[in-house]
Design a protein around this ligand. Structure first.
Ligand SMILES: [Zn+2]
Length: 83
């Protein structure tokens, strides 16, 4: 069975995919790919966690904590080791 999309195609459309800016068929094709692909899946998981961390870091209530620490905490909460 041929995959509907490949790693290069996923990486080219990576940010649009994360932002949900692609059409439904393309989103579905990339969804299907990243669920099966051991190369793309960790990328997507990491960037999702990173974007979520940046979003929460923009909340004014968190201003007392340095951005780096907030990103690190959010990544840790998502299961990623802090560097
Ligand atoms: Zn892939």
């Amino acid at each position: 069975m041929m995959p509907m999309t490949d790693c290069d195609a996923v990486m080219r459309q990576f940010w649009d995919y994360l932002d949900g800016e692609l059409n439904e068929a393309t989103m579905a094709a990339i969804d299907a790919h990243v669920q099966m692909c051991s190369h793309c899946n960790p990328h997507i998981q990491f960037e999702r966690a990173f974007k979520a961390a940046l979003r929460s870091a923009r909340e004014p209530v968190a201003e007392l904590t340095p951005l780096r620490d907030r990103v690190r905490a959010a990544l840790a909460a998502a299961g990623y080791e802090a560097p």
